[in-house]
Structures are given as C-alpha cells and as structure tokens.
Ligand binder design. Structure first.
Ligand code: NIG
Ligand code: FE
Length: 404
C-alpha cells in the first residue's frame, strides 16, 4: 500500500480493553494479549506496549474507551489488478455450475481491454476497501494479462498500491498458446520473466490440472529464482496434486488454497514449519465459500504443526471479498480454528507467508499498523459475522481509515 506521511511526535492509544500484540513475551498466550492496555506510536513504529497504568507520556492521546486493538490484517494473497465483472458466473455457481479455472479468461480479456488508468483506479478502490476493513498489508498479483506487455503493466499498477508484488504470468496458459502450452512456458521463463522480474518481489504459479503441471511449475519457479524472485505456489485448490510438495521442496514462502490435502502433504507442511523460513499453508476460506468447495481442515494442519495463514484471494472469479474478518469467521465456523488461531493466522500468519517481521505484530519496533475494533475483544470478529467492526486503522503510525 502507499506509504503514508508519518504522524509527528508520539501518540498514546490509551484505555484499550484488549490489546493483541502477537508477542507471547508481552502478554497472555500466543496472541500476547494484554487487558487494560496502552500503546505508544512514534515515527511510524510501535514505541511501547503494555498495561495502561505503566504507560509513558506522549504528545497526543487517543481514547480507546475499552475497545480492542489488533495488528492490522496482513492479506498475503490477492488478485486486485483486473477489469470486468463475473457476477453472473458466481450466480450460476450458486445454482450448481462448478467452478473451473477457465473463467480466468473472461477477466484476461477485460483486463487487456482496460486502460492503465482504469486498472489503477480499480486497484486503488479495492485497497481502500480492504484498508477500511482493517487490512494494512496487501499482496497483489499479476496474472490477468498473460502477454509480456500486459503482465508488466499489471505489475506496474500493483507496485503503485503495494510493496508486495507477485509476478503470476503462470496463472493460465495464454489463449494465443492454447495449442502450444510448451511455447507459453518458454515465453514465461524467457522474455516475460526478464521484463517482469524487476517489477516484482515474488513469482507464483497455478500448479493444478488444467493450468500448469509439476514440471512446468518447477521450470517457472526456477526461472523466477534466477531473476531474483522468491517462490509462492497456488496448489491443491481443485483436487489433490503436486502443488504442496513442490512448494515445500523449493522452499516457497507459502502454498495457497490447500483445499485438498493428502496425509503426505500435511506431513510435508508440518516438517516445513520447523525450518527457519517455513512454507506456510495459506488458506483462503472465501474461495471455498464462493465456489461451493469443501473447506480445508485447518485443525488437522495446526494439530500436525503446520504454519497456517488466512488470506482473502480477492479476485473477480473465485472469491470477490476483501474482508479478512469474513475469512476469520469462516475459518472458525467451518475449518476448526479457534478464534485466537484465526486472528493470529490473519495477522502474524500472513506476515510469515510474506516473510515479513515488521508487520503482523505490535511489539516495540514493529510497524505501527493497527486496527481499533468497535468491540471489547478480538473474539467479536468471529462472534459477530458480517458486522462492520473496524472503528479506525493506522498505517505507519498515521490514521488512514475511520475515526477513533
Ligand atoms: O486463486 N486459482 C487461480 N486463481 C484464482 C482465481 C482466479 C479467477 O477465477 O479469476 C484463485 O482462486
Ligand atoms: Fe489466487
């Protein structure tokens, strides 16, 4: 997201009913929960967090009046650079038509037609929408261009709204290469990655039947790595397959969807969670909701020891939500996470999936990215589904949405 001007001096957020720091050294449990808390922000960072009776003085004061403060959501998976609309495809799905990746082509056609200004305006609108719902870090992928030029311009647009930019020319084989999928992989791993790599941090591939097989996915991730891009994978969305094992093998930061997992996939993710740089299983419950797929068993993953994140996958096809609160509610209701685990997964979990240690927690030194909820504690995110509960959002210490 765009850098915002830093607020001058120190700001004390006082009277916090429940402060979620995600630092077990600062408070109770894995969420580092502090009751009756205060937080001090300085120069875009957290300067102090603790019980309010011990809070230091500050230049300005915000009254939380017993409400809850959590780290800003870290949404580690979105496709917000696109044009067009697929609401009718969604409606058909709800009446029984199954989801197929082929719908991506509808958005590719509309995105190629759109001007740069239109793509930027659409992306900015979605960033604003996400921010108003408590998201302070948002990853964004290309993947609706599928030509060198259209992928590059999608990445340029993404780079105007976020620092977490992913090259995903390997979303689907471009329509021009329908009869020559190998030729598209040659383009991807040659001229396309050369042009696109300087515009991105990550490379992603849709490793799934009907998209890219294991061999092609391996080539694409290797070509990305040669150009300095770090790997992430879309895998095991529509059926069991090689996505998870490939992601773990190449040390991807994250494998996303994980709707259909074999026991060996769960074992591999549990092993990978013990590495200093784990491969996170990023679950996208909004997709399973919006495609009428089964929900992944998050309980099974957590109990096995896997690292789990929750993200929106905001895109016009499989899931058009930008609400992490909605994803938390689904993960609690239908995927077996406790409310504590779900809040952690949408904040600290997302940060891990992006290999970031400056966001997703509120220990001193962290980026001052935080959300004041219109609720006394974080359990309300799942307890009151569908209800807007974000009062105010700070990013880099500056108020960017709502009013405290
Ligand atoms: O993450 N799985 C592939 N890509 C997107 C869906 C894109 C679309 O349907 O437009 C996803 O679900
Ligand atoms: Fe996706």
């Amino acid at each position: 997201m765009n850098p915002t001007p830093e607020a001058p001096g120190t700001i004390l957020i006082d009277g916090i009913g429940t402060l979620i720091t995600n630092d077990p050294a600062l408070g109770r449990g894995p969420l580092g929960e502090i009751p009756e808390a205060a937080l001090v922000l300085e120069e875009g960072r957290v300067a102090w967090a603790g019980p309010r009776v011990q809070a230091p003085d500050a230049d300005a004061r915000v009254e939380a009046a017993g409400r809850c403060v959590i780290p800003g959501f870290v949404d580690s998976h979105s496709h917000i650079v696109f044009a067009g609309d697929r609401s009718r495809e969604f409606a058909a799905r709800m009446s029984g038509t199954p989801y197929t990746a082929g719908g991506i082509h509808t958005t590719v056609a509309a995105t190629r037609e759109a001007s740069d200004a239109e793509l930027l305006s659409n992306a900015r609108t979605l960033v604003r929408e996400a921010r108003a719902q408590g998201t302070t870090t948002l990853e964004a992928k290309s993947g609706y261009g599928l030509t060198v030029q259209d992928e590059a311009r999608a990445l340029s647009v993404a780079g105007r709204v976020t620092d977490e930019v992913t090259f995903m020319g390997a979303h689907l084989v471009a329509p021009e290469y329908a009869d020559d999928p190998e030729g598209y992989v040659d383009l991807l791993t040659g001229p396309m990655v050369e042009t696109c790599a300087p515009l991105a941090r990550w490379v992603d591939v849709f490793c799934e039947r009907g998209a890219f097989d294991e061999q092609a996915a391996r080539r694409i991730l290797a070509a990305g790595a040669e150009h300095g891009l770090l790997p992430r994978v879309h895998g095991n969305q529509l059926g069991e397959g090689p996505g998870v094992s490939l992601a773990v093998e190449v040390g991807a930061a994250s494998v996303d969807h994980c709707t259909y997992l074999a026991d060996s996939d769960v074992d591999a993710l549990a092993q990978a969670a013990r590495r200093p740089e784990p491969t996170v299983a990023t679950l996208l419950p909004g997709v399973d909701f919006s495609t009428r797929q089964p929900y992944p068993d998050a309980r099974r993953l957590v109990d096995a020891g896997a690292a789990v994140a929750l993200a929106s996958d905001c895109n016009p096809g499989s899931c058009f939500t930008s609400s992490l609160a909605f994803c938390i509610a689904l993960a609690v209701r239908d995927m077996g996470l406790t409310p504590d685990e779900a809040v952690w997964a949408a904040t600290a979990g997302g940060a891990r999936a992006l290999r970031r240690d400056d966001v997703g927690h509120l220990a001193p030194g962290a980026r001052a990215d935080l959300t004041l909820l219109e609720a006394p504690n974080h359990l309300y995110l799942a307890y009151r589904p569908g209800v807007p509960q974000v009062a105010a959002v700070w990013k880099d210490g500056a108020l960017v949405s709502g009013r405290p």
